[in-house]
Design a binder for this molecule. Structure first.
Ligand SMILES: C[S@@+](CC[C@H](N)C(=O)[O-])C[C@H]1O[C@@H](n2cnc3c(N)ncnc32)[C@H](O)[C@@H]1O
Length: 359
């Protein structure tokens, strides 16, 4: 199945069947007649430990230039946060974070089988909206993929490039506010990694539904940051797990719970979407798998965790638990140590849910 996929690069993404994904998902039934759920199989670990340098070799070095970025927002514990939007956002939006987001983009595309999304959007969509677009990397790729489409990326932070393809534009706005876009106008609405972002999910889903054309598709994709293990190799004392559980607790108190990907399908169904498909991928936390592709994903994820740890914790741990920058660094060291341990076969789920507005 995996090899079939490799010969399909030239085929339009929307024409590729989902089952051709190299991470072949299998059906696990359904929590509701309108929701079909599929999950990735158990990952086989690599028994050879000779590629120690693998992950370290792709670690990006980051350069942060605070002075030139201050216009993007407010400075807090050496990181820049957006100063726009009704509620505060939990992650920074500085150069360091922008590098992380761009690396994540590559990782997520690998995870879902070298695609930009999974929804069966037709070959000639006319209007596409990317919510919380970040650096705009997804919107730019999708504008390139669909020259027929006008692609709009919206974010509370002005961190997108100024010069872009003529069919792509970026806007600064809060997606939790009432939308000014025309109703019934989009063919596809997308939101990836809405971590520590959204307070009112039913309102957001309902705005997505009413702004899609009848028959249009909506897709939400997000990491569920609770480490899991299928072979008992991770002790209960794992620092990765315990720090992630603190992220979960902080997200809840912050008002933007991180377990939201588990509820995407239900929120969509309650808003009125149909033909909902929930796809659960496994993202290894380090290059521990035997499979080459999963090993590469694991290397990217390890870089993401090692380089992004401060971003995930700085604001929320400080605001929610009152921890100082130094206290946060100590806590995160436990996590970093155990993420590097490739004897621990840990992974997080990446949940991609799409659904259609009824015609
Ligand atoms: C984790 S980043 C993901 C960026 C992008 N979707 C990606 O996958 O590369 C979340 C983004 O959502 C933006 N964001 C957070 N709250 C928002 C809101 N209420 N309205 C619009 N954008 C928001 C942040 O500024 C940030 O750029």
């Amino acid at each position: 199945m995996a090899d079939d996929h490799l010969g399909e690069e030239a085929q339009p993404q929307s024409a590729r069947p989902l089952h051709s994904s190299p991470l072949s998902l299998h059906s696990v039934g359904s929590s509701h007649p309108n929701i079909a759920t599929q999950i990735a199989p158990t990952i086989q670990p690599d028994s050879e430990e000779s590629d120690e340098a693998y992950a370290e070799s792709i670690t990006t070095s980051y350069v942060t230039s605070i002075a030139s970025e201050i216009s993007k927002g407010v400075l807090e514990n050496d990181r820049i946060y957006p100063n726009y939007g009704k509620h505060s956002y939990g992650l920074p939006v500085d150069e360091h974070e922008m590098d992380r987001l761009d690396l994540q983009h590559r990782k997520y595309e690998l995870v879902i089988g070298d695609r930009h999304f999974l929804a069966p959007v037709g070959p000639t969509p006319q209007k596409i909206l990317d919510l919380g677009t970040g650096t705009g990397i997804w919107a730019l790729d999708v504008a390139d993929m669909f020259p027929s489409a006008e692609v709009i990326g919206v974010d509370i932070a002005p961190i997108q490039p100024k010069w872009v393809a003529s069919n792509c534009q970026f806007e600064i706005d809060d997606v939790e506010a009432d939308w000014m876009y025309k109703e019934d106008s989009f063919d596809f609405i997308h939101f990836r990694d809405p971590l520590y972002c959204i307070r009112d999910w039913p309102k957001l889903m309902s705005q997505c539904l009413s702004h899609l054309k009848p028959g249009g598709w909506c897709e939400f994709a997000c990491i569920y940051p609770v480490p899991m293990c299928d072979d008992g190799s991770v002790p209960e004392t794992s620092g990765f797990k315990s720090v992630c559980m603190k992220f979960m607790e902080a997200g809840r108190i912050f008002g933007a719970p991180l377990d939201v990907p588990l509820h995407f399908a239900t929120y969509m169904r309650e808003a009125g979407f149909v033909d909902i498909s929930e796809n659960i991928f496994k993202v290894p936390a380090s290059p521990w798998p035997k499979d080459k592709r999963l090993k590469q994903i694991g290397a990217l994820e390890m870089t993401n965790i090692l380089e992004g740890a401060e971003a995930f914790g700085s604001r929320v741990f400080h605001q929610v638990f009152g921890w100082s920058k130094e206290q946060i660094e100590v806590v995160l060291m436990d996590m970093k140590r155990d993420v590097r341990n490739r004897a621990y076969h840990q992974y997080c789920q990446y949940i991609v849910v799409y659904g259609r507005r009824p015609t």
